[in-house]
Write a protein that binds this ligand. Structure first.
Ligand code: GLA
Length: 377
């Protein structure tokens, strides 16, 4: 049974029964073929459905979340992440939609950094900088996947070995990313990595959200709160200058929720450099806590993000250009989706005053981000 058919069946059964499904652990998870890599390897789709009929779909290419289906305030299901229907588009034209980005999410200036006086050179795939792990970052790798189900949730453990020298990074890095979707409409992303040689790591989830539905137009009306008094200003190639600046009295102030488009067109150098918002906010807490909350008045959907990471990149989808036709043959327009990427700060290896992204062989990198979805009545 395909994922979509499975979901429809669950929703239909719920309609008939008029109440919540009692999902035993056997039917929370279904798998189907999503497509094939150019070399013939199969790409599998994992559909995880919870008690209320909400679901997420994940593929083992790039750890990509291809859909998140949730009710709106009238109970209508809608898919709230942008994406594609096939492997080819994910490989050839996707701006990291739904993917796990790494080994180093975000930018490294001029594709260069040093560890213990040894300089490493990365592809300048976002000239003049390195972006999201390189030409074949984690978003383009086929991950090993092992699905699991319990009585409360279900998910997929994705794993990968990024060899020593992969994309220019030192050390053979073992990475594990676990997606868990539960009955409270919470999607938990757990990250884990170890290396056999000192390296840098910054890993994130790059879903583009539109809480009104992936095919509903622009996200300017979404009300956003970011729990940060500071952000890291950038230069004209989107690399942090190193300054930790206050958000107060600037369009970067999201401490109180405001619509994304409220200040986005303000005459402010940072917004000119980013063509809108494309910055890292310095989260007020560095332990696991709420980083951001977004509310879409039209659909009533709410997304809260909790993380233990020190930063979050809010990208308002400024480079989406309407040229790319996504799921349901819908053309995604500029600002048709936004990303909130929990992370360490961009270009940390070149900024001593930023929290370190160094991973040494005796340590394990571990991190958790939770996306909690609900509806305001
Ligand atoms: C990140 C970056 C953006 C852009 C997108 C992908 O969010 O910060 O500048 O490169 O990825 O298009």
């Amino acid at each position: 049974m395909t994922g979509r058919l499975f979901l429809l069946t669950v929703q239909f059964a719920m309609l008939l029964s008029g109440c919540e499904m009692d999902l035993s652990k056997e039917n929370r998870l279904s798998t189907s073929k999503f497509g094939e890599m150019p070399d013939g390897r199969d790409i599998t789709k994992y559909t995880i459905t919870n008690k209320s009929g909400s679901s997420i779909e994940v593929i083992n290419l790039g750890g990509i979340i291809v859909s998140i289906n949730l009710p709106d305030l009238e109970g209508n299901m809608g898919d709230i992440v942008l994406g594609y229907d096939n492997v080819t588009q994910y490989l050839q034209e996707s701006p990291y939609m739904g993917a796990i980005v790494g080994r180093y999410a975000n930018r490294i200036a001029n594709g260069k950094f040093s560890i213990d006086n040894e300089e490493y050179t990365l592809a300048q795939n976002n000239a003049p900088n390195a972006l999201h792990g390189g030409l074949e970052g984690f978003d383009k790798k086929v991950w090993s996947a092992s699905p699991f189900e319990t009585n409360e949730n279900a998910g997929v453990i994705l794993s990968l070995i990024s060899e020593d020298g992969d994309q220019g990074y030192p050390g053979s890095l073992k990475v594990e990313v676990t997606y868990t979707f539960d009955d409270q409409n919470q999607l938990t992303v757990d990250y884990k990595a170890t290396t056999d040689k000192s390296t840098v790591i910054n890993i994130s989830q790059h879903s583009y959200f539109n809480l009104n539905g992936h095919n509903s137009g622009q996200i300017g009306d979404h009300e956003m709160m970011i729990n940060a008094n500071h952000y890291t200003p950038i230069n004209d190639t989107l690399i942090p200058t190193g300054e930790i600046a206050r958000v107060e009295n600037t369009p970067m102030d999201f401490r109180k929720a405001k619509p994304i488009n409220e200040d986005i067109n303000t005459d402010f150098k940072q917004l000119e450099y980013g063509l809108g918002y494309d910055h890292n906010w310095v989260l007020n807490q560095d332990e696991f806590s709420q980083a951001a909350k977004v509310y879409a008045p039209k659909s009533g959907r709410i997304m809260e993000i909790y993380t233990d990471q020190p930063g979050i990149q809010f990208y308002s989808g400024n480079f989406i250009d309407g040229m790319s036709y996504g799921k349901d043959n819908f053309a995604y327009a500029k600002r048709g989706g936004f990303c909130l990427e929990t992370q360490h700060f961009p270009d940390s290896p070149n900024h001593k005053n930023f929290p370190s992204t160094l991973l040494i062989p005796s340590e394990t990198f571990e991190s958790k981000t939770v996306f909690k979805f609900s509806v305001r009545q």
